[in-house]
Design a protein around this ligand. Structure first.
Ligand code: FES
Ligand SMILES: [Fe+2]
Length: 389
């Protein structure tokens, strides 16, 4: 009898650490540990989740235009942040918890001093998190210990990036989109959220085989053609190059390249969370879609898509045509990702079986895992497969 409560307690702790909530599979395991009849439940998995928590990296917190006079609450890797602009208009990011009595600083406002003012007792903080004013305090000199943890911020190419590790010196700089080099391109930025892990969201964004099924009629579907794929992984990235791919069937392909022909196509992933799709359709069209992913939580990912394109049709005309189609496609992806996440949690973990057609997902997981462990990647790995697109 003596060992049972301890076993039971360990079981609960393990389960909570894994998924944060009860699942039928885990409930059955718990039942066994406690010596009671378990509820009917699917057989428990080994509890593997493709979740990597990479905190020493930069992530997009918001678009520059979203950050004005009001503080903005954003979550990175489960940590709540408040973003605001200081007196000089510089973007800043603090832990969203007032060090006085822990009220969210995002409920406050920017004071006339340019500091962020807490809504409760009015303590004011500068962009580095130092408390600059305690209203009513006679000897009001700033005290070092009255400080809110802060993170480094970079603002570039219309986006605000935050280094996810608080009070840390960044190891590198945020990803550069290189939009300056894309002269006469139309650029569109849109943000959406997926109820899925970062890994599942990256894999979905770069996965070709699902498009003919899930997005049939909108993007691909219909007659299939053999396409060669060259996959190349480096220490920090992986790329799939598609060779001999005809213009995708469906509405999107017809709009982009009315004359058909062969397309050049690359799908890329860069650590920690950039998924990029590039299409060249003849000399007519060039599309560069860069999805900058922000892990909000283990099963919630924000995707900021920066779409830069040049086509025979003027961008202004094409934008209203393509946007509803792109949003419908994303809606289909978001639904399937949510269902995938819920099922993985219902079964208490993943049990993935891959085929040769899962070109990038396993490589992306390997890169994420190596980065989380602080391991360097191997030298370049290359291989080629053929498939029917
Ligand atoms: S809780 Fe923020 S000033 Fe008191
Ligand atoms: Fe998709």
């Amino acid at each position: 009898m003596g060992g049972r409560p301890a076993q039971c307690k360990r079981g609960i702790l393990k389960r909570k650490a894994l998924l944060g909530r009860e699942t039928p599979a885990r409930s059955a395991e718990h039942g066994k540990l406690c010596g009671v009849q378990p509820l009917l439940a699917p057989k428990a998995t080994k509890g593997h989740l493709s979740v990597a928590r990479l905190s020493r990296y930069w992530y997009v917190a918001c678009e520059s235009r979203e950050l004005s006079d009001k503080p903005l609450a954003r979550t990175l890797l489960g940590t709540p942040f408040v973003l605001f602009r200081d007196a000089a208009g510089q973007a800043a990011a603090l832990l969203d918890r007032c060090p006085h009595r822990n009220v969210p600083l995002s409920l406050g406002k920017r004071a006339s001093s340019g500091h962020l003012e807490c809504a409760y007792h009015g303590w004011q903080f500068d962009g580095s998190g130092l408390c600059r004013n305690v209203p009513g305090l006679v000897d009001g000199a700033p005290a070092r210990e009255r400080r809110c943890p802060s993170s480094r911020v970079r603002e570039q190419e219309g986006l605000v990036w935050v280094y996810a590790e608080l009070d840390a010196e960044p190891d590198g700089e945020p990803f550069k989109l290189g939009l300056d080099a894309l002269d006469k391109y139309t650029t569109v930025v849109r943000s959406v959220e997926a109820e899925a892990t970062l890994h599942a969201t990256v894999e979905n964004a770069l996965d070709v085989p699902h498009t003919a099924f899930l997005h049939r009629g909108l993007f691909r579907g219909g007659e299939r053609h053999e396409v060669r794929v060259r996959v190349r992984r480096t220490a920090t990235s992986v790329e799939a190059e598609y060779i001999g791919e005809p213009r995708p069937n469906g509405l999107v392909g017809r709009i982009l390249s009315p004359s058909g022909g062969v397309v050049e196509h690359w799908d890329r992933f860069f650590l920690p969370s950039v998924a990029q799709v590039e299409y060249r359709l003849g000399k007519e069209s060039h599309f560069l879609v860069t999805a900058l992913l922000t892990p909000i939580g283990d099963f919630r990912t924000r995707l900021t898509a920066v779409v830069a394109f040049r086509t025979p049709l003027p961008g202004k005309l094409l934008k209203p045509l393509l946007e509803p189609v792109a949003l419908r496609i994303f809606g289909q992806d978001a639904r399937v990702l949510k269902a995938q996440s819920e099922n993985v949690q219902r079964f208490g973990g993943e049990e993935y079986q891959s085929s040769e057609l899962d070109f990038l997902g396993p490589h992306v997981w390997r890169l994420l895992r190596q980065a989380e462990r602080g391991e360097g990647g191997e030298a370049v790995v290359e291989r080629e497969v053929s498939f029917l697109a």
